[in-house]
Ligand binder design. Structure first.
Ligand code: NAP
Length: 456
């Protein structure tokens, strides 16, 4: 029987779902899958993007672990594509590759002053509070007033993780350095800016409601933002999700803290709608001093237009949570404008000619851009896998398809790779670290320590 030797680059949900679907699919050939991951641990965004106080979403890891534990997928962690293993290597050893490398960078925002000290991308802060090994251990939380640009779920994650009291994270897997950093936070006010109105937000009701449940944090909304035009009224009436979001926001208009009056909590989380950022003001040291925004109004069709009225809120730190962006991979086509690998239903295309590149596939956020919840990645993977199966005639013909060739190659290059048994060791180690404190786990953060525990 023919055998498909498949490499998947990226061991997040997209890569693992693709492996699972391929192994379960009806097909006329055997499959052997090697999963390459640049981090020493698997699960990508679920481990390093989902906030530690979201255990329900983190629970997706259990389903992903079941796939890996079935025993028919090999994991090679701590292996960087393009450095430790290249596209030419993959062509020599496999019939095809699926890239599932996600989107982990922040989209840039082109406004004056965005380069100020204290102006950050949300993705970097998320990586810090989720214990990503490749970001510094310390995060400056010395600002009393902080801005967050964007009205998506990442903006809410970031706002919540800025406003939340550190002690309330102790029930989670939050790394020790993150707890210590947050304990000393000087924050009193978090200002969230949406360039459109309350009926046009991208975040979801559950995530919004959660903000109102934060201990010792007052929600502040402003009456002037709720003067709905027909387009907003229609959106509230016709979309259940918008209806619930509106209900939650309206309930906050009844609080003592509305319009920033009254309120007794030590921290406040302000939601500003119809606010388009135009400039970051800097102080003499080049640090963030204020965000200047233009008040917008509805364009009658769900969009917003400027009113010309400028406003300014003083702050000492600013986070932009306006979307993630994919990163290019060596020797793989890349669409610089959209931050994705150009593809047709997961079959990768040449950037200029739009011709199919045989043997190369994409799935997840690097295929379709950083939109949709983790579950959406499954249908995405199904589409990619269907093409991979049907394309049997155009697969690569590897010179060295033997499975032993890969560990030998990595060994020869001095790569300290981690495997599935190693991940089990690290997993058990983290769980044991959490036990004395009654916590489910405490994450190990430094890369060398992760590798050491895994390869012990
Ligand atoms: P997103 O949902 O696309 O939201 C991006 C936000 O940034 C939008 O409000 C957008 O406004 C705004 N924006 C974009 N460009 C802007 C600009 N130049 N100036 C001002 N605002 C700008 O992206 P995301 O928050 O990064 O989330 C990515 C995906 O992950 C989403 O599917 C999200 O639901 C998911 N996610 C889920 C969870 C969860 O379930 N708890 C947590 C995190 C992320 P416009 O709408 O006006 O463009």
């Amino acid at each position: 029987m023919t055998k498909l030797r498949l490499a998947i680059v990226g061991a997040g949900p997209a890569g693992i779902y693709a492996a699972d679907l391929l192994l379960k699919a009806e097909r006329k050939f055997d499959v052997s899958i090697d999963l390459f991951e640049q981090l020493p641990a698997p699960y990508g965004l679920v481990r390093y993007g989902v906030a530690p106080d979201h255990p329900r979403i983190k629970g997706i890891i259990n389903a992903l672990r079941d796939v890996l534990d079935r025993g028919d997928i090999r994991l090679f962690g701590n292996v960087r594509f393009g450095e430790d293993i290249t596209l030419d290597d993959l062509k020599r050893h496999y019939n095809a590759v699926i890239f599932a490398t996600g989107a982990v960078r922040d989209t840039s925002l082109d406004i004056p002053g965005i380069d100020a000290l204290g102006s950050y991308g949300a993705a970097d802060y998320v990586s810090w509070f989720d214990g990503h090994p490749d970001v510094p251990r310390e995060w400056p939380l010395d600002a009393a007033s902080v801005g967050v640009i964007g009205n998506g779920n990442v903006a809410l994650d970031v706002s919540r993780m800025l406003a939340k009291h550190a002690e309330d994270l102790l029930v989670t897997e939050v790394p020790r350095n993150v707890y210590e950093g947050m304990k000393n936070s000087a924050v009193t006010d978090v200002h969230v800016f949406g360039r459109r109105g309350p009926a046009q937000v991208k975040f979801t009701p559950l995530e919004l409601r959660e903000l109102g449940e934060l201990r010792d944090v007052d929600m502040v909304v402003y009456d002037e933002d709720f003067d709905y035009d027909e387009a907003s009224k229609d959106a509230v009436a016709s979309n259940k999700q918008v209806m619930v979001i509106d209900r939650v926001l309206q309930s906050w208009r009844k609080l003592d803290s509305v319009n920033n009056a009254g309120g007794t909590a030590s921290r406040r989380l302000h939601l500003h709608f119809w606010a388009k950022p135009v400039e970051v003001r800097k102080d003499e040291q080049g640090r963030v001093a204020a965000l200047v925004y233009e008040r917008t109004k509805s364009d009658g069709a769900g969009g917003a237009v400027g009113t010309g009225e400028m406003r300014e809120i003083p702050m000492q730190a600013l986070y932009r949570a306006i979307g993630y962006f994919g990163s290019p991979l060596p020797d793989v086509p890349f669409d610089k404008k959209h931050g994705v690998i150009p593809n047709r239903e997961g079959q990768v295309l040449e950037t200029k000619s739009n011709q199919r590149v045989p043997g190369i596939y994409a799935t997840g956020w690097i295929k379709r851009g950083p939109v949709g919840l983790i579950g959406h990645t499954k249908s995405d993977a199904m589409e990619t896998v269907r093409h991979l199966i049907n394309d049997q005639g155009s697969w690569w013909r590897p010179e060295q398809p033997e499975e032993e060739a890969i560990p030998a190659l990595l060994q020869e290059r001095g790569v300290l790779w981690t495997d599935l048994d190693g991940w089990h060791r690290l997993d058990a180690h983290e769980i044991a670290l959490g036990e004395p404190e009654g916590r489910a786990r405490i994450k190990v953060v430094p890369r060398d320590e992760m590798v050491r525990v895994s390869r012990d």
